[in-house]
Design a protein around this ligand. Sequence first.
Ligand SMILES: Cc1cc2nc3c(=O)[nH]c(=O)nc-3n(C[C@H](O)[C@H](O)[C@H](O)COP(=O)(O)OP(=O)(O)OC[C@H]3O[C@@H](n4cnc5c(N)ncnc54)[C@H](O)[C@@H]3O)c2cc1C
Length: 163
Amino acid sequence: MLETEVAVLGAGAAGLSLAHRLAGHVPGARAPSVVLVDAPPGPLRPPPRTWCFWESGRGRFDAALRAEWRRLRVRPPSGAPVEGDIAPLRYKMIRSDDFEYLVGRDLARSPNVRRLEATVETVEEVPAGAHVQVKAPDGSTRVLRARWVFDSRPPGSLPAART
Ligand SMILES: Cc1cc2nc3c(=O)[nH]c(=O)nc-3n(C[C@H](O)[C@H](O)[C@H](O)COP(=O)(O)OP(=O)(O)OC[C@H]3O[C@@H](n4cnc5c(N)ncnc54)[C@H](O)[C@@H]3O)c2cc1C
């Protein structure tokens, strides 16, 4: 049985962000062992996408930004547009491919993070942790035992009224 302190299920925006934080050095704290599980290429993987977000000043993913804006223009239903500087905020745009590349490179250098390409089938709570059953691309199954599990697999169906 494979064992880890933290199992991160799904390597999308949430899973990669968490694994990146856990891989980083925190003075005085020991980095936990992490296994990051992501589905093999196929229908469970989301398509490439672009994320935009607000941030004040420099951020940890700036090296992967495709664009950033410091001025915004808002067009009200009537009257003149309102334009202004949004300092200290910036509106930043990052592509998922670039984010995955940047984070993946950092994780590859981290001795406490291990990546596993497999489909998560079940997560079962057990005393002092959980058992995660995964299926490898060759069809074999194995169990990962973890103290903590962060499950970022999307829900089976979207809430009503969502695209
Ligand atoms: C077109 C579009 C534009 C968007 N624009 C923005 C934006 O501008 N700003 C913003 O903040 N948000 C935006 N979003 C929303 C944003 O993409 C999501 O909120 C974000 O990706 C959710 O992150 P997540 O990690 O929860 O899920 P995801 O990023 O979808 O990651 C889920 C991960 O789980 C893995 N997975 C799924 N099933 C399994 C399984 N059984 N076993 C193992 N792994 C599995 C997948 O491979 C994937 O890596 C946008 C979304 C879309 C579709």
